[in-house]
Design a protein around this ligand. Sequence first.
Ligand code: SAM
Length: 264
Amino acid sequence: MKQAPHSHRARKRFGQNFLVDPHVIRQIALAIRPAASEHVVEIGPGQGAITALLIDQCKRLDVVELDRDLVPGLLAQFTKYPGFQLHQGDALKFPFADLCREGLPLRIVGNLPYNISTPLIFYLLTFKASIKDMHFMLQKEVVQRLCAHPGEKHYGKLSVMTQYYCAVEELFDVAPGAFRPVPKVDSAIVYLRPHRQPPHIANNVEKLEFLVKQAFQFRRKTLRNCLRNMQSDVPIDELEWDLQLRAENLSVQDYVDMSNQLWL
Ligand code: SAM
């Protein structure tokens, strides 16, 4: 495995692919562009590639890093900034709402470890009331799934559930050569902004998630086949839906409407 800069040996289990391309790092900072009054939280700062460009721009920058070995390097670079605070620990357990001060919503950013990116996004969405927006570097295929629309190849449970909570936008691609070690997959930057006023409201989000999971269980089958054994308050055949359709034909609004009709 190639060595990352500053002689830190990149750890696969922490998903460490460090950004080394200054052009890409600048492009990411420009996309985030925090205002001087804003509070940014970076997940997985690593060796500080993105941190170094954001630290001058915002009032407060908290970073959450799991790898203890990266802590001394981060402190050496950034403790001189009064708004900087490092939290050594697991972002999947971090109490993000505790960082919120004076009602100032958080701007979350990160070149995320790819193995935890989806659970981390859903964990962060439990703090959506404290979050203004999120910019993440993810595996390109995950970004395509987050952003996909009905009828598209990548449209699935991840698209429906993410778009239920957020406006989602694919910003730009990043080639493997921008990282050390070089990953085997393409990457992309995604922008997620939790809805302040959700456009569709499910009476029971767990039921919505269950319905979407059942519907996409066998993509090529009709809704009738996928949903016929599903337990619900109202039998699926009693609803006025065309059950010859497939899961990929229904929009987020359709799923919310259907789940609100199935469970009273
Ligand atoms: N931001 C740096 C960059 O762009 O060069 C590093 C990105 S690297 C893909 C992912 C970073 O997330 C690593 O620093 C890794 O140690 C850290 N990390 C991995 N799992 C984590 C977790 N559960 N919580 C917080 N940080 C984590």
